[in-house]
Design a protein around this ligand. Sequence first.
Ligand code: CA
Length: 221
Amino acid sequence: MKILVIEDERKLADYLKKGLENHSYSVDCVYDGEAGEKRAAMGEYDAIILDLMLPVKDGIEVTKDLRIRGVNIPILMLTARGELEDKILGLDSGADDYLVKPFEFQELLARIRALLRRPIAKVGEELKAQDLTVYPNKYLIEQNGKKLDLTLKEYAVLEYLVRHKGEALNRERIFDHCWDWTVDSFSNVVDVYIKRLRDKLNDKNEKYIKTVRGVGYQFQE
Ligand code: CA
């Protein structure tokens, strides 16, 4: 298992590298956000340990940009006490887990193990949920073997929901992953697309896409 550590405190980065190597992981360290994102996008890592406050590009930006690029490697975000409230609360950057500094190494190890146990669908690999099959390389989704007639944006939203089936996703998160940054307000655009998708899926009883009150939507497993 290969882990990328993106952390500008060299001492901590070295400490993590040594500790993880003692547990049979192979570890690369990068010390700023931009360089880290480049390395991460090369896609050969099983997990990323990412500091929140980084030079050049912070951990939230790195996470968002990686997710937009379709990089689904699990990310454990490190934050100093206080940063969490300021920077993340209410925001959903797309990281899989957070750990507040200072932490025990054993705690970090446990979190990493948990992340690695999670099945992560690789980019480009077919995804299945109920009677749907998603072919990411072709931007194609079939329902019970029949091709669904979707626009690219509808495809993107449905693919994202299927990729995260069983998870309650808030509107902001869906929006962040499917629309670009030039759209400045997500207003009800997510709801509009969910309605269109339900129509196309003939999803009258929320068999596929469930409304999670106070949160957003969840694709049913
Ligand atoms: Ca830092």
